[in-house]
Design a protein around this ligand. Structure first.
Ligand SMILES: O=c1ccn([C@@H]2O[C@H](COP(=O)(O)O)[C@@H](O)[C@H]2O)c(=O)[nH]1
Length: 304
């Protein structure tokens, strides 16, 4: 179970709900790009990403509820980078922050189980509260990992409609099966969902099928704030039960405005995490806490 201090009821969904109530939707990305390490006066090395991550955690603690370390920037330094990431995750969790490891793992179910064990086992070296997951091998391949996550009070965010423009061609494609059945040969009444929509529906169905799930699901989706919602078939009018957590990158550096979160995400907005990395981190080690305070307040105001 999570030791974030946000309460243990209803697993990760419950923890997330408490954090959102306490701090609002800001999720502080910890992305030690080389240009940022340079601006922060740190070396491009495992020691540099470690110090960067720990300073980011210090700045976020008590100001935001959630941090999202980008695993790629630690992984490039091999085992020393992973050791740095372990320290950053542990420091964040001890500071009461919810940790989302942005690792984008995906594989056949038996191998994915290994990733779930690595990131979502209480007491594991890389323990996080949630991990990002790539469903390219089918949402069905995620079933055991989703069960593992929820059994451990953990969460997952499944890529559904990503913020990068190159993704739309694939993610707006239509899947073969219809979400609704037609009577007789009336093909026109078939509602063929997009890939994005099908992933969102499958994740939502998993949450709905879990006995004892609270008002907020423990498995969420990634929906970029920069996407064309209509082209990708992402419905922001219908509410999900339980509520569907959304991790939303694309704010800040990628162009979307946090103040637009309600307009963009509609019914999903109350459980949408506004993820920003570069736009906050460029404030530097001395300015980061102030930047987080300001953005967190701005987002809370936007959701009133
Ligand atoms: O669709 C996606 C999924 C993940 N990301 C990640 O979020 C951050 C965004 O960083 P910014 O500096 O705020 O642009 C980064 O770690 C990405 O890998 C995403 O951008 N889009």
């Amino acid at each position: 179970m999570s030791d974030t201090g946000f309460g243990l009821g209803f697993g990760f969904g419950g923890v997330l709900q408490s954090a959102l109530e306490a701090f609002g939707p800001l999720c502080v990305g910890i992305d030690p790009h080389d240009f940022l390490l340079d601006e922060w006066g740190l070396p491009s090395s495992a020691a540099g990403v470690r110090e960067f991550g720990l300073k980011a955690v210090d700045a976020a603690a008590g100001r935001a509820g959630i941090v999202k370390p980008q695993v790629a920037f630690f992984e490039r330094f091999g085992s020393a980078g992973y050791a740095a990431l372990e320290e950053v995750l542990a420091a964040a969790r001890s500071a009461g922050l919810i940790t989302i490891a942005d690792a984008k793992r995906g594989d056949i179910d038996t191998s994915l189980a290994g990733y779930a064990e690595a990131w979502l086992t209480p007491g594991a070296p890389l323990e996080a509260d949630a991990v990002t997951i790539n469903p390219f091998q089918g949402v069905g391949s995620l079933a055991s990992a989703m069960e593992y996550a929820t059994a451990n009070g953990k969460g997952m965010f499944v890529l559904a409609a990503t913020s990068n423009p190159e993704a739309a061609r694939l993610q707006s494609a239509r899947v073969q099966q219809a979400n609704t059945t037609s009577s007789g040969s009336d093909q026109a009444s078939l509602a063929i969902p997009t890939v994005s929509r099908a992933i969102i529906d499958d994740v939502s169905a998993f949450n709905a099928g879990r006995v004892g799930e609270g008002p907020v699901g423990s498995i969420g989706v990634v929906i970029g704030a920069t996407i064309d919602f209509a082209a990708l078939g992402v419905d922001v009018h219908t509410a999900h039960s339980p509520a569907l957590p959304v991790l939303a990158p694309g704010f800040g550096h990628q162009g979307a405005l946090g103040t637009d979160v309600r307009r963009l995400f509609g019914s999903l907005a109350p459980y949408t995490l506004v993820s920003e990395s570069r736009s906050l981190l460029q404030a530097g080690p001395r300015g980061l806490a102030t930047a987080i305070d300001a953005r967190a307040a701005e987002l809370r105001a936007a959701l009133v």
